[in-house]
Design a protein around this ligand. Sequence first.
Ligand code: SAM
Ligand code: CA
Length: 269
Amino acid sequence: MMAMRASRVARAARTTTSTRAAVRRPRAACGAAAGGDCGASAGARDGTGPWNTPPLALDDGLYAYLLKHTRESEVLRALREETSALRGSQMQVAPEQGALLALMVELVDARRVIEIGTYTGYSSIAMASAMREGGVLYACDKNEESFAVARRYWAKAGVSDRVVEKNGDAKVSVVELLEEHGENSFDVGFIDADKRAYREYYEALLKLVRPGGLIIIDNVLWYGKVADETLEDKQTLAIREFNAFVASDERVSYGMVPIGDGLSMCRKR
Ligand code: SAM
Ligand code: CA
């Protein structure tokens, strides 16, 4: 399933004829999502009442259209190419997620950002590039091999001077950063590491991030597994439990966005 997603960006990038087909036939895409019925009666399927705006199913053609309208620098594109040959490439955030993360960083005029889970550096470059001069992004990861790739691309993107590596267990790094900078000292926190520790990272970021700042969490839809009640592996259970907790956590304003593998956006109150 993960490998399928990994190849999707490449496949979609090649799809031009089906892009045109998807754009010409919007109701077909709608029908795929709503079980063939785009009308209000679709709401009966989940018991939550009228479904006035059916969710959109992104087939390869429509996803290619989305990518075509996504801003991605040459450096990020090259990093995506290089990463595609590496183990764990499916872990990289999707281009449209990178663009959204950059926009969020810019919106809150972030000066200090913490990223938990850097891998080969895609999301860190997207965010660091959106910060103004003098901004600092703390990149937390425990994998020296992927840091080596990230380092090369930070240099190519011209953001090396904005990135501070925190190499080691991120559970330790967040405590160190709290001691070093104190509470409410960060503008944005992005969580994208070990799923079973999401709640721990979230609580740490609620301390680190200032009121009005953002906590953004990736993989909240977990390849669709969260909605399949028959699946009870530890990671799926952890994300399901985490999502239920955040949805009712009054300490944040919150929205879940079905982009990439699902991003939750929280604004600390
Ligand atoms: N955001 C990255 C990107 O855009 O390419 C992808 C991050 S990837 C999903 C998750 C990363 O978290 C991996 O590189 C892994 O080494 C790291 N990781 C997992 N558990 C960790 C931990 N306890 N402490 C630090 N890093 C961890
Ligand atoms: Ca991820």
